[in-house]
Design a binder for this molecule. Structure first.
Ligand SMILES: [Zn+2]
Length: 191
């Protein structure tokens, strides 16, 4: 595995100046995100409200690609052909590693409220939410353990006072503790 990105500042461009190297990573993406953090494909670029370029990622997160020499050097982002060349390549998404649900998504559906007796047993084993779809885990009563293969590993106790984001395409499982009652929402872009 050649991917070893360690930058966690979302303002720092993690795409190398060599788009070919990034393209090579894409083929390893499924495996890589379980080992070294979540890699996401770039689906396009846009300019934000203050004129800075952002990369639009398949996970629905945005990442700033500010060119601010000499502090940050991302000269290629000013060039339309260079941006186009990087669409379809991947970059590390620290926001996915932190399980932060992106803004602007639409609630697609909500499961029944489950308890330890009625929940699908498959949730206790490693599984994934579909590409492009985010889960939001809501605990109504009690608590449960949520573990996901982000970098670093997400291993948290989810209580009833907060929702837990579940990134698309990332291996995870849950372990109810005691008499838990919970439901899962699924969020995505309305088609
Ligand atoms: Zn992301």
């Amino acid at each position: 595995m050649t991917v070893a990105l360690t930058m966690k500042n979302v303002d720092i461009a993690a795409v190398s100046s060599d788009g070919r190297a990034c393209a090579k990573r894409a083929s390893d993406a499924d495996l890589a995100h379980t080992l070294v953090g979540v890699l996401r494909g770039i689906v396009g670029f846009a300019v934000d409200s203050v004129g800075d370029w952002v990369a639009l990622l398949e996970c629905h997160h945005l990442q700033h690609m500010r060119h601010r020499p000499p502090w940050r050097s991302v000269p290629w982002v000013e060039d339309a052909a260079e941006r186009e060349r990087r669409v379809g390549t991947t970059m590390n998404c620290p926001l996915c590693d932190r399980c932060e649900v992106p803004d602007g998504l639409t609630l697609l559906r909500t499961t029944a409220v489950w308890d330890t007796r009625t929940m699908p047993e498959a949730l206790r084993r490693s599984h994934r939410v579909a590409s492009g779809i985010w889960g939001r885990l809501h605990v109504e009563v009690g608590s449960l353990r949520f573990v996901a293969s982000t970098d670093p590993i997400t291993d948290v106790t989810v209580e009833s006072d907060r929702a837990q984001g579940i990134p698309p395409g990332v291996d995870h499982h849950i372990e109810p503790r005691g008499s838990t009652r919970f439901a899962i929402e699924f969020w995505g872009r309305a088609s």
